[in-house]
Design a protein around this ligand. Structure first.
Ligand code: SF4
Ligand code: ZN
Length: 335
């Protein structure tokens, strides 16, 4: 099959929801166009804005950092070490290698070392699920680090699949607060920097293809804490729908953003004020991050014998697992 854009090269990647198939060069153009369209249409940032890209070492965030640098934006990386054995260290190395290769600035914050909040340990010491403690900590640090270093915009690598899966989860549980805040842009507010998702128009397999075609060395293993996460189930379900009806994920997400989100948005206006301890914006006297630190620092009550784990087998995160997704970037086109 010929590339539907240039019509001279063989196509290497099919984008069925656009009824198109691209050769390597035209696919990279398509990818950049979608990012530019997201930035400009949603007024994410201007040419002269400094952007802080939250990077995990995975394909999405490094692809985002790469495309923003390639488009000429002043984009620095922010890596947050989560203290997950066997996963955090190689993730950080991928980010550092990328920064070196692109002569770009990388800011590293270590949750365990600097705040005593390594995710595995925090989950053990509190009643929270690891991903809940992780999400809370990352949201807090994205904002704090951006303000501390003079960045007005934080960009994350959430793609179309991530956003559609999150939307499905929020709808299934009628999480109206989360539905109100689910958008490609969360504007600047009192003490809150702007948050943007420039990859929201691109599917996961497209960011993987971009990363491979651009020679980006990313961590392929999934975070071991994601095992059993509901979001993976929602992604699988949406992929099944997409396979029989291309464009389902996009129309699901874009339809929500256009037609339904404004209804939730108006009802969820909240008032922010500075946290009594750290000064970051919050709706409660102490922000959720300071409460989490307090909870972790609190001495634990000794547990009954029945609940004690054997000393020889300390609880810890499961070992990293190889990615199960079929990230074969150059997917044969259907003929
Ligand atoms: Fe954090 Fe959970 Fe994602 Fe791992 S899977 S990076 S713990 S939110
Ligand atoms: Zn606080």
């Amino acid at each position: 099959m010929r590339c539907t854009k240039c019509r001279s090269q063989e196509a290497c990647l099919e984008v069925r929801r656009h009824n198109a198939a691209y050769c390597e060069g035209c696919f990279l153009d398509f990818f950049r166009d979608q990012v530019v369209r997201a930035i400009e249409h949603e007024k994410m940032f201007r040419r002269d804005d400094r952007v802080l890209v939250a990077v995990s070492g995975g394909k999405d965030s490094l692809a985002l950092w790469d495309v923003l640098l390639d488009l000429g934006y002043e984009a620095a990386g922010l890596y947050i070490g989560l203290g997950i054995p066997g996963y955090s260290e190689p993730s950080r190395e991928k980010c550092e290698a990328f920064a070196r290769a692109h002569d770009a600035r990388l800011i590293v914050v270590d949750l365990a070392e600097e705040y005593g909040l390594g995710i595995a340990e925090t989950a053990q010491r509190t009643a929270r699920a690891p991903c809940s403690a992780c999400g809370l900590s990352k949201r807090y640090l994205f904002n704090k680090v951006a303000l501390d270093h003079g960045y007005r915009v934080v960009a994350t690598g959430h793609n179309l699949d991530d956003e559609a899966a999150t939307l499905l989860g929020n709808l299934l549980h009628w999480q109206t607060g989360y539905l109100a805040r689910q958008a490609p842009v969360l504007p600047e507010d009192d003490g809150l920097v702007k948050k943007v998702k420039p990859l929201y128009r691109l599917a996961e397999r497209e960011t993987a293809a971009y990363a491979v075609l651009r020679g980006i060395d990313y961590i392929v293993d999934e975070c071991p804490m994601s095992r059993g996460a509901k979001s993976l189930l929602y992604k699988d379900l949406l992929n099944q729908l997409e396979a029989v009806s291309p464009g389902t994920k996009q129309s699901f997400l874009f339809g929500f953003l256009e037609k339904a989100r404004p209804l939730f948005h108006e009802r969820e206006a909240v008032e922010l004020h500075p946290c009594e301890r750290c000064g970051q914006p919050t709706t409660t006297p102490l922000c959720a991050f300071c409460r989490l630190r307090e909870e972790v620092a609190r001495p634990r009550r000794p547990r009954g014998r029945r609940h004690r784990r054997p000393a020889s087998a300390p609880p810890g995160p499961p070992a990293p697992r190889p990615a199960e997704r079929p990230v074969i970037p150059l997917i044969p086109v259907e003929t």
